[in-house]
Design a protein around this ligand. Structure first.
Ligand code: AMP
Length: 238
């Protein structure tokens, strides 16, 4: 009798294992949601390293285009300087060109994308259902975000973030990682940050419900120390 029960379990279990094996080999797309200065950039880099997939930040790609004065950079700069979102059509082409690169074949960590419901819908259409999507949402209060951005210093070369109040550089205004001179992002000025927060609440925050309704979203307390946030993110990974 026990033998037949065992055989039955094996027969039921094998096809389930096969389905799971197929799923776990699908590319993994992690979407890191959160307001400006919630720690998305720092955590996205660490997650990408942990999972051995690329970190794709639309903000970084746009800033690179602005620095190189490309046609896209030229068109995006005005919006970025004012703390507004760059129009979807510009961002979508840029993002889809990046995720089509060979290094993104097994998945990637998205930081700063999607930022609007139409961007999320376009991403869904593009990915279809052969990709495992997971959305991790960093929750941080507006007061904390304003304090963080006021002291934020970014490295223009390697992108490492320091904060003159919470994590000052070891050497006067020099990046701890590559010794480059640190700068304040023009859009980290208080008045621009307020605009970015307005854009976040109006256009990006609705994505939390969008992904919650699909059962893909997990909230993470982003007010904690960076190490604790990273540990919670890792625990939340499927
Ligand atoms: P971030 O570095 O992600 O904070 O992005 C900096 C700025 O780039 C934002 O304030 C927007 O102006 C622009 N940006 C970045 N990603 C997007 C996006 N997905 N959609 C629209 N604008 C974006």
């Amino acid at each position: 009798m026990q033998f037949y029960i065992l055989m039955l379990l094996v027969l039921i279990g094998l096809p389930l294992l096969a389905v799971n094996a197929e799923r776990s080999s699908d590319p993994k797309v992690i979407i890191l949601l959160g307001p400006p200065a919630s720690g998305k950039g720092t955590q996205a880099k660490k997650l990408a390293k942990e999972l051995n997939i690329p970190h794709i930040s639309t903000g970084d790609i746009l800033r690179e285009n602005v620095a190189k004065d490309t046609n896209l950079g030229h068109r995006a700069k005005n919006y970025m300087d004012r703390g507004q979102l760059v129009p979807d059509e510009l961002v979508l082409d840029m993002l889809f060109a990046r995720v089509a690169q060979p290094d993104a074949e097994n998945g990637y960590v998205l930081d700063g994308f999607p930022r609007t419901i139409p961007q999320a819908e376009a991403l869904d259409d593009r990915l279809g259902n052969k990709v495992q999507i997971q959305v991790l949402n960093l929750k941080v209060k507006d007061e904390t975000l304003i304090k963080r951005t006021a002291g934020r210093l970014s490295c223009p070369k390697c992108g490492m973030i320091h904060n003159q109040f919470f994590s000052p550089p070891r050497n006067d205004n020099k990046c701890d990682n590559c010794s480059c001179e640190l700068t304040q992002r023009p859009d980290d000025k208080v008045e621009v940050v307020k605009e970015r927060l307005k854009a976040y609440h109006a256009q990006t925050a609705p994505l939390i419900t969008f992904y919650k309704n699909k059962g893909l979203e997990t909230d993470i307390d982003g007010e904690q120390s960076p190490d604790q946030v990273f540990s919670d993110l890792k625990k939340a990974l499927r």
